[in-house]
Design a protein around this ligand. Sequence first.
Ligand SMILES: [Zn+2]
Length: 542
Amino acid sequence: MKKIVLILFLFLPGIAPVLQAQVENAPSEGISDEQLFRTGVRELADDSFGGRKPLTRYEDLTVNYIADKFKTLGLQPVNGSYFQEVPMLSVKTNVKGNVVTMKGKKGAARFRMMDDMVLWTLHAEEKLKVSKAELVFVGFGINAPEYEWNDYEGIDVKGKIAVMLVNDPGFYDDSLFRGKNYMTYYGRWTYKYEEAGRQGAAGALIIHETAAAAYGWSVVRNGRANNILCLNSPTGNKERVSLQGWITGEAAQKLFDVAGKSLDDALAAAKQKGFKSFPLGVTTTIETNNDIRIASSRNVAGVLPGSDLKDEYIVYSAHWDHLGIDAPIDGDSIYNGADDNASGVAALFVIANKFRQLPEPPRRSILFLSVTGEESGLLGSEYYVEHPLFPLVKTVVNLNMDAYGDKLRTSEVRASGGGLSKDIDRYVVEAAAAQGKPARFSTTNPGGGFFRSDHFNFAKAGVPVVLAAGANPLPPKAPEGMLWGGKSAYHQPADEYRESWDVSGSLEDIYLYYGIGLRLANDGYFPKWDDATYKAARDEQK
Ligand SMILES: [Zn+2]
């Protein structure tokens, strides 16, 4: 196998160093890649790190550990520090009486929190009141010029509560947006609240529907039962909608009943091009008392300076945070997050070490970024792209690593987001070929999976991203990921490091990203987007 790979490499000079390193297993100061990887995972996933929850004392332990490691690996601090402060807000919203009443021309309806509706604020305000706000049905709540779709056209929602559908029109009509099997970002709930904020709405309520959301009501409800962690802006998030929420399908029916309007007609109309949003003739007053805490978390950053193109950047990222200490399962209350995502952080160490060992520094600089708050909604990466340490317009690519643990060798490379950037796809094909593997691309995104890790914030800000990993042809020949006793350890205390982990596939995936980053670091090219939304974001960068 290795001989075949070797021959392939002879024709791919840009990636040749990957192979060299791979064959020699790169002992540096007596440490192999595998040892470096295992040590990183073992230590970060140790019980003494308490599951690495942001804003706890375990955060200090974690970010200092990563910064020390970056320093040892020869990475330089940025502006004199390995840390980027990330202002955060922790908020628990308490709706007065746990009930919201809405009045329309056909009477009043009461909605119980959690059962009929969930509501929360991301404002840093202990008391928040939305008085006599009118409700407006805004279809999907989407303003997408590239798809010639604007649900907010000709309607003023300032100070009002916008009620909307989940997903995007393509889910119902293959000729609209990107069709049924590809949820665009416009279909994601986070977009809908952002857009309602830009429109000046006081609130945004999404009507839940299991098929279109890709998850049930319990997921929505449980996600909002406790404190919510979010970024905190200089205004205390006043630019966001005051109240965000979801309402069940049955409760939406009640809402339309008191409005004297047909929910079915509204849903059918909203799915047609040219739909016009309309007021429901319903008002409500909502008061909340909120427990708030303002604090800073940290991203960790270290840079390996390039040579003649050193003001251009390749960004490797991996979130350091996990779920902390919570309800015990089988007597264990520490959610260690070995696979998710001590493994991604350890992969950063391995890749940094490989770049450092090159006989000549790469032409472009390499930024290693370990971000906070991924588990709370991709917060650290969102903050980074809003406050980049180096200009995004000079940021060539983001290679994000999430869940690299316990992985057997694989026979192919599978990539998400195929076609978004044909340039990126070519780099993936080339790097996969260098490992003797075919690359397969998925061009669908039915549940919006593409939006659920940190790479997405880079894409949204216009930076091209790679999302590729080794896989076996389906059905899998060998178990993938962390299956212990046939049970997935995902987001469980059982996501622990074990010496019995097979990391041969983990290392292959690390080398895949190393190969792509190395190629881009030296060939001086800026990969371009083909997708209209991300391309527009790239064009807007300064
Ligand atoms: Zn993760």
